[in-house]
Write a protein that binds this ligand. Sequence first.
Ligand code: ADP
Ligand code: MG
Length: 588
Amino acid sequence: MNLQKISLWTLVAMVPVVPLLPLPDFWIAQLNYIGLYSLVCLGLVLLTGVGGLTSFGQAAFVGIGAYSTAWLTLNTGMSPWLTLFVGLALTGASALVVGAITLRMSGHYLPLATIAWGLALYYLMGNLDALGKYDGLLGLKSLSIGETSIGQGRLFFVLSWSMLIAGAVGLLNLLDSRPGRAIRALKGGAQMAEAMGINTFRYKVTIFLIAALFASVSGWLLAHFQRTVNPSAFGLKMGIEYLFMTVVGGVGYVWGALVGAGLVKLLDDYLQVLLPALIGTSGSYEVIVFGIALVLVLKYLPDGLWSVVARYLPHPPRRVDWQNCADLPARSKPSAGSTVLEVDKVRKAFGGLVAVNDISFEVQAGQIVGLIGPNGAGKSTTFNLVTGVLSKTSGQVRFRGEDISQLPARGIARKGMARTFQHVKMIADMTVLENVALGAYSRGRSGVLSSMLRMNQSEERRLMKEAQRQLERIGMGGHLHEQAGNLAMGPQRLMEIARALCCDPALLLLDEPAAGLRHQEKLALAQVLRQLQGEGMSILLVEHDMDLVMDVCDQLVVMEFGTLLTRGTPAEVQANPAVRAAYLGTEH
Ligand code: ADP
Ligand code: MG
């Protein structure tokens, strides 16, 4: 059993057992609050911990859920079970609007925007007559099933914690899925993710939406639990507190949400009693203690309290259960001799520097073409122009006869052009297998909801099988379950090639694949490249290792200072005096 399962079953067992224990009502109420807070923190784990998007505005979404049900049940007599869905719809709509506007912002703008949003909603709630201004709405009914009230105490515990556990399970399922891997790539590898065919903006909006919906459910529960709503529970202070809980608990871990919410809630109550007694006057001293505690946690346990637990509990490797499943469908491949790639007078200027100056060349199906030239010649930039990572100043790129000049990187990847990066781009805290499975993203379909409900398993097995197959193809079959971040440089590069192969490409672009490889690894790489060529793959290769280039390439394109120096077979290029002077002369 792994850590997630142990934690999960412990919680599931708690739900029916806790209400039967002779706990005082006060403790049940505490647990109820912890459940409600945890639900909001769960959303923040996904949004901030996994997705890297900081939000101070979650309390506002709690407020939308709470006020929706309060106003509707009081004014229309609608059943509270129905108002949950109205609240979710309203929250979802506002999250989509806010997300669409703010999630394109980078750096500090998103957190600032969420602060503005949190403040705006707080004052809106506090100033609307229909919502009772700052007094809020009073006299809500408890939730009930038939005649049985489940709005407080032990039955409410069962309801709220069941929802919490369902949310946690959904999140765990999601993170271990095709869309989940894409979400995990948002924080550190957006450029890489786009090059794998992933629409990163859409995933940002999606996790913003999910986090908001979790908060909304919490608000719905809270309104009926407290039987009153007022703006103070949904203001910026509470928004900060939710983030605080999550960070203290461990913002990168689903269980961190529960640990953080539990700890902060209990400490908060305890300190509110203890501190005034110690100091002798009343006041909100706990806030000061929390401030200090947060600084200490951030300094000494930046990944939160749960990271300590996670370190000491076992992490068994993923169970290999895909041996007998079907392969993913393969793309149609270009016929031998046809032109796969045509680069036509492509140009890129960075301000005054023309990094790529009207470069033209072709790659035929089944060829290995080497793009060589001294450092700074413009090879990587050319790669980025071909793969859509950078926009072209002018020129055209055709892939299998189709003009792809205007397509974004993800669109080009989906057409079957895959690449590696000069500086390895990977998700260090995912396993090698999971990293490579990212490459097969564009060959899968399962979405967020089906993944949360674990209806993605047959496709998931096929993706994993493909990832394993490509890793074995490149001699990395022994590293499947290792953390990618623990690999040495050579294996990291091989992992990137396996990831690119997972896309089932018609053209493979490799940017300095042999850099950092040992001699034996280089020989193995040359072998792999020849084997791929034998299987009909077309490859565009940037490489400094001249032995490798001369050995495997059919054609060479030589660049210098952004311009095309010459092109031809390795023998022709080696014999060219201009090349010897400009490139080989300086290299050797
Ligand atoms: P190579 O891969 O052949 O070593 P690059 O394509 O990385 O060369 O770089 C070509 C030239 O363009 C270099 O002079 C480099 O400094 C410049 N360059 C590359 N990327 C950028 C960028 N994003 N902004 C400005 N200049 C850049
Ligand atoms: Mg380069």
